[in-house]
Design a protein around this ligand. Sequence first.
Ligand SMILES: [Zn+2]
Length: 315
Amino acid sequence: MLDHEDLKKLNVLSPWKSLGDISLIWITIGCSLYLCHESLWFLPLALPVLASRLHALTLLMHDGSHYLLHPNEKVNDFLSNMFCSFPLMISTEVYRKTHWKHHQFTQTMKDPNYVIMQSVAAWHYPKKEEEVKKLLVRDLFFLGMKDHMAILKDWQILPNLALASRLEKILFPIFFLGMFSAVYWGGLWKEFIILQFGALLINPLARMRAMSEHAHYESEGTDRVHKLEETPTINAGSFERFFLAPFNTNRHLEHHLYPTIPYYNLERAHEIIRKSETYQSHARYELDGYFLGKRTSFREILVGDGYPVAKKKAA
Ligand SMILES: [Zn+2]
């Protein structure tokens, strides 16, 4: 699919692009909180934006876990932790440990994400349509935290401090003290609480995005053909890309095929590989959107009346 020259070009990191995107997120968060500071009438507008930007930070942290934010590993981990994962109490290094296993053993019983999906009923898909909708509505009303903690607990820094890197053990107390000093001395308690509600609203976005990333049945292999058959690529529009799949996360198939390509080059990777014969004959889920469009991940990946629907469809 991608030849050596294509891959070499697409693998080139542009650290200024990552820095620019991280800065833009924090400027947007700052502006949203400022508006809420001026008047709480801005809250209904600010909360979805805050949730989308905090969710976007987790996706930049994901690139950080692949060492794709900066060519220098220490700078990469500094950026990923201080600006993307620590604000959500997550350790990039701890996340990295499970995430690499997810890449290595995707959708098998050695994949930590798949194991959780098998063991916790809330993460077992496909489900009946009403059940999926109920879970998403529960998330919107901050009631699905228990489901999310089943996954998050493996990535959080405090319960997994022993697994954190040396750099993280130095940086986290600095971050934590810095954050609380700014909140305390700056009198920013109201903004801090609003930010926590924004963080809770990541849940419906993360559930929809994460559950759309793979078809929900155990894989019989981890080679390229299996990836093409089990991992969707989603031609989402700009609204869904902003809220559900920022930074080309909708190109999850391309990410699994070539995990060394930074997020800003995944769209180009998609354009190249979709022309290849291997892609044309094996890619099963080139979808139009998450909720919007004719072929959606909601309909084809999350919803089904029996298990494994996705596989039955292909048979
Ligand atoms: Zn990854």
